[in-house]
Design a protein around this ligand. Structure first.
Ligand SMILES: Cc1cc2nc3c(=O)[nH]c(=O)nc-3n(C[C@H](O)[C@H](O)[C@H](O)COP(=O)(O)OP(=O)(O)OC[C@H]3O[C@@H](n4cnc5c(N)ncnc54)[C@H](O)[C@@H]3O)c2cc1C
Length: 507
């Protein structure tokens, strides 16, 4: 321990992702003194001699410390399986607050994490004894109808982005969970109902404002687009989560969308699973690219969702006929404004299980009967009814890279597949102590292992902990080496690091 510098120690504690506040060898006396800061809401750096490069930074914005009544709410994430106790949380109110927070973290050698919608699936947007730089209150949106672009603050949730754009009959690709941030989903790729029509969310990202480290202990704001820092824009399109800098604003190309037909079909029991799955994987990935579709298989039912852009109910039924002709599903179709349909599908947080564990896999060839039987067998044994096996259809526009390319690499997948275990009720206690946790974790580990022979690649937005060669599973070897070079250019000191962050290339 003695030959570790304090910087190493703090960073090591962050990288280890430990679930409690106690870090071996680190005491409160080692941490920057934030309790005695001056005016409420402001924290001043103490030792100017430590920052020869730029003036000592002051934390600005809305600041929450462990002694504040709002600390518990401020620290908890969506997935309560993971629980962290940061030293300070800065809710930025403007970009300068982010610059100040990053500079302060560097000047004090404090581990840092970036956070927006709090849906990181392994708790990696939070850190014990470090600083969380939270951009969720950066909520602006400017729509330029002439240029067909929308510039949004990094704090906008997908619900806010979809509904605001839909009021102007415009759309971008998002996932279907409203409380995920548009920024967080986009930076890792971003798949969902409109991906076969518009491509991945990151394909429409045309510019970003980013706060990056500069010099030995400073930070600066840069803008990445096709003309400036185009290498960074490429990296942000699929590998930007907490790796290169803190994104404060994103500019998307937006597309006109006046109405959409949304079909929901439900089969009771899993008796029709093989026929439904087989018809879905043979029909949807090669269908009209205006059609997006997902299947969710639960312990006791199969749910099909489909969205047909500018479509009517009869068209949706016709395209999906090979699937709907299996068994006797309950079918409903709703036609209307995308914002209304999206908002109507949201589940209140209080009704969601507390603890979630996911495993992501891409599938490039239709699954054989043996693999579909594996899915059925594991789902019958699922730890809870909310646990599921989820697939999102690729093909259509996902197959095409936008101009300038993207770090996102899974263009040739037939569909994205995800195993999700869900259990427990929400409280302030970490889910590791829930009696179902070991069973749920064993189930997902065995399930993902059983499907491995049929899959190829993984999705960084749904990271697989402990996976061998996660780097190539997320981005492929060539893209990963390119990402390392871009990392070395924009974050050479590896300020942004966590369990599966991209290390800078060594020169
Ligand atoms: C219920 C649920 C449903 C989901 N559904 C989908 C789906 O349909 N489609 C899909 O593609 N994904 C989906 N996801 C995955 C989701 O896209 C990722 O978890 C995403 O990274 C969450 O972003 P966030 O900002 O909400 O979370 P956070 O926890 O705030 O951040 C997630 C990651 O992004 C980084 N990050 C956040 N903000 C910034 C920033 N401003 N600059 C740089 N890095 C940043 C964080 O450091 C962290 O690594 C789902 C996740 C959940 C929990």
């Amino acid at each position: 321990m003695s030959d570790l510098s304090r910087r190493d120690l703090l960073r090591t504690s962050a990288a280890a992702g430990v679930g409690a506040v106690v870090v071996s060898g680190l005491t409160a006396a080692d941490t920057p003194d934030i309790a005695d800061a001056g005016a409420p809401g402001y924290v001043t750096a103490g030792d100017p001699s430590k920052s020869p490069g730029c003036p000592p930074a002051t934390l600005t914005g809305h600041i929450v410390r462990p002694c504040d009544a709002s600390y518990t709410d401020a620290r908890l994430g969506w997935d309560q399986l993971f629980s962290h106790y940061p030293l300070v949380i800065v809710f930025a109110q403007e970009t300068q607050d982010v610059v100040n927070a990053l500079t302060w973290a560097r000047q004090h050698n404090v581990a840092l994490r970036v956070r927006s919608g709090r849906h990181a699936l392994e708790g990696w947007s939070n850190v014990d004894n470090g600083i969380v730089i939270d951009v969720s209150q950066l909520k602006s949106i400017q729509i330029d109808t002439g240029a067909h672009t929308a510039t949004v603050g990094a704090g906008l949730t997908q619900l806010e982005a979809v509904t605001t754009l839909a009021k102007q009959n415009l759309a971008i690709t998002t996932g279907s969970e409203g409380s995920v941030s548009a920024c967080g989903a986009t930076l890792g790729g971003g798949l969902g109902p409109l991906n076969r029509w518009l491509g991945m969310a990151c394909d429409s990202l045309v510019a970003a404002e980013v706060v990056i480290p500069s010099g030995d202990d400073c930070a600066e704001v840069i803008n990445a687009d096709s003309q400036h820092h185009s290498d960074l824009l490429w990296a942000l399109r699929g590998a930007g989560n907490g790796n290169f800098g803190i994104v404060t604003q994103l500019t998307y190309k937006v597309s006109p969308l006046t109405r959409l037909a949304n079909m929901q079909a439900t089969w009771n029991g899993l008796g029709d699973l093989y026929e439904v799955f087989e018809a879905w994987q043979r029909t949807v990935p090669s269908a009209d690219s205006r059609l997006g579709s997902e299947l969710e298989i639960h312990k006791s039912q199969i749910q099909l969702s489909a969205w047909l852009v500018e479509g009517v109910a009869a068209q949706a039924r016709e395209i999906l006929a090979p699937i709907l002709s299996v068994g006797t599903p309950d079918v409903t179709v709703q036609v209307g404004n995308w914002g209304d349909i999206f908002a109507g599908a949201q589940i209140p947080l209080a009704q969601e299980p507390a603890n979630w564990k996911f495993f992501s896999q891409f599938v490039k060839e239709p699954l054989p009967k043996k693999a579909i039987d594996i899915i059925g067998s594991f789902m019958r044994d699922a730890p809870t009814e909310e646990s599921n096996y989820f697939v999102d259809a690729f093909g259509g526009a996902v197959a095409n890279e936008p101009r300038g390319g993207t770090a996102f690499v899974h263009r040739d997948a037939l569909f994205y597949g995800e195993i999700g275990a869900a259990w427990g009720t929400r409280s302030t206690q970490p889910g590791v102590s829930d009696p179902l946790t070991p069973q749920a974790q064993a189930w997902i580990a065995e399930f993902s292992q059983a499907l491995r022979p049929y899959t190829d690649g993984a999705y960084v937005n749904v990271p697989n902990v402990g996976m061998q060669e996660w780097e190539t599973a997320y981005w492929g070897r060539q893209h990963f080496e390119q990402l390392r070079r871009i990392k070395a250019k924009y974050d050479p000191h590896n300020v942004f690091q966590y369990e599966q962050s991209i290390p800078p290339a060594s020169h």
